[in-house]
Design a protein around this ligand. Structure first.
Ligand code: 5GP
Length: 209
């Protein structure tokens, strides 16, 4: 397979409660052939309804640290007391198969990925305002008020790094947001293929004129 047909990596970050999960599900439902969502490993407890190998691979701290030791993760980070990390094998397999792989990960991991793979597209999802963020977290009802407070405190820290991202996606209207996401990734494809293949090809052709 030529490099041109390889998928590209997109990182989607955003404050806890920004609606990334819903957005990703919708994007994948609309374009199932184009995108693959990486499934992370985590040491956090499953929420009601979460299934092993679907939302996450749920691991003990020992198992997770074993994955770190075996260099089985593209990146990992600690978030509000738990480990989260991206298993390598699936990402590589899907990129090679020509799918665009989406990593829905927090900021430390996002910045590590960008350092390792500079052509990665970094997207940051935010609700239109902070009050809306709190409302979504409370309404979701999956976390205690303590955990919500930790997640909001983490959002304050994350807000300092929002400028490191390539695009800000304001998650107000789901339909619009999915369309925007898809378009931005398509544009990135053009940029990457320009960088990797087309420039070299045009240079070669010009030299032969
Ligand atoms: P949650 O507990 O709400 O599912 O996820 C908490 C945070 O961890 C979210 O910001 C989510 O994007 C991030 N996260 C999920 N998987 C990974 C991962 O593999 N690596 C990193 N660095 N962050 C992740």
């Amino acid at each position: 397979m030529t490099h041109k047909n390889r998928g590209i990596l997109t990182v989607v970050s955003g404050f806890s409660g920004a609606g990334k999960g819903t957005l990703m599900r919708e994007l994948l439902a609309r374009y199932p052939q184009q995108y693959a969502l990486s499934i992370s490993a985590t040491t956090r407890e499953p929420r009601t309804g979460e299934r092993e190998g679907i939302e996450y691979f749920f691991k003990t701290r020992e198992q997770f640290e074993q994955m770190i030791a075996e260099d089985a993760l593209v990146e990992y980070a600690q978030y509000v007391g738990n480990y989260y990390g991206t298993p390598k094998a699936y990402v590589e397999e899907q990129l090679e198969a020509g799918r665009d792989v989406i990593l829905e990960i927090e900021m430390q991991g996002a910045l590590k990925i960008k350092e390792k793979f500079p052509e990665t597209l970094l997207l940051f999802v935010t609700p239109p305002c902070a009050a809306e963020l709190k409302r979504r977290l409370v309404d979701r009802g999956t976390e205690t008020m303590d955990k919500i407070a930790s997640r909001l405190a983490r959002a304050v820290e994350e807000a300092d790094f929002m400028e490191s991202y390539d695009y800000l996606i304001i998650n107000d209207d789901l339909e619009e947001c999915v369309g925007e996401l898809h378009n931005v990734i398509r544009q990135q494809h053009r940029k990457v293929s320009l960088c990797s293949g087309l420039i070299a090809q045009i240079r070669q052709e010009l030299s032969e004129l």
